[in-house]
Design a binder for this molecule. Structure first.
Ligand SMILES: [Zn+2]
Length: 251
């Protein structure tokens, strides 16, 4: 079962769970879920529907395809839950333990289990599954213990201030939505990579539904000089000191 695969000390492993959901195992073995949408996610491998453990959950915005499994995972494993202010307050109303220190907003950084999480701008809407106001959608920059920095753009169109994200955080890897319709398409994502000055990209938020038509091959053709890691759902990429390689093949 892929969900049962353990972390590897000293190596950071990024696993795409389909759509905008990721599992990130840090170099020190901290298991992080980004925007967990698992059981209801048509692209999420069955073995990933019920996490065996979770240390941190981080959420970019309140839409159902980014928060749906956060509460169930928290109830089962009691991870640290980091979310933008209004989203965190909504999660608290659903039962997550209140903690203002885990409810930052854009520009703020929270450190959990030795990993840094900084909220950035994103251009998108945000509301919770029950329709409550959820503040503004965000991106998140994750700084791992060994210094590698990953920018999860969340759901967004391209915007000029991505140059600021590039200057401030110098991401080693950008995780960008490319499906179009709700977010950037490959053409915009190629421009985003140029603005960010990033040489490596993991595309996501495509293929889940018929109208999310953007594909990694289109991005690869447009983003010259950028290594596009087109993971399959369940596939893992090693994130280690500028060395990147596919870790596992989907069985
Ligand atoms: Zn989404």
């Amino acid at each position: 079962m892929r969900g049962a695969s353990g972390s590897s000390p000293g190596r950071a492993l990024l696993t795409w769970l389909g759509h905008g959901s990721f599992r990130l195992d840090s170099t020190e073995g901290v298991r992080i879920y980004v925007d967990p949408w698992l059981a209801g996610n048509p692209s999420c491998p069955e073995g990933e529907h019920d996490p065996e453990r979770a240390d941190v959950i981080v959420i970019t915005h309140g839409h159902v395809d980014h928060v749906e499994d956060a509460i169930a995972v928290w109830e089962k494993h009691r991870p640290t839950v980091i979310a933008q202010l209004e989203v965190r307050h909504w999660l608290e109303r659903q039962g997550v333990e209140p903690d203002m220190s885990l409810a930052p907003n854009k520009g703020g950084t929270v450190t959990a289990s030795g990993v840094g999480f900084t909220y950035t701008d994103a251009r998108h809407s945000s509301s919770t599954p029950d329709g409550a106001y959820a503040g503004e959608a965000c991106g998140v920059v994750v700084e791992l213990e060994h210094g590698a920095t990953i920018y999860f753009a969340g759901d967004t169109c391209v915007f000029g201030d991505m140059t600021l994200i590039g200057r401030l955080y110098e991401p080693d890897l950008a995780v960008l939505p490319i499906g179009g319709h709700f977010t950037m398409d490959p053409t915009q994502a190629a421009l985003a990579l140029e603005l960010l000055g990033v040489g490596r990209c993991v595309p996501c938020h495509y293929g889940t539904f018929p109208f999310l038509t953007g594909r990694p091959e289109q991005l690869s053709a447009l983003a010259r000089g950028v290594e596009v890691h087109a993971l399959r759902p369940g596939e893992t990429l090693e994130v280690a000191g500028g060395e990147w390689m596919p870790e596992e093949e989907e069985k």
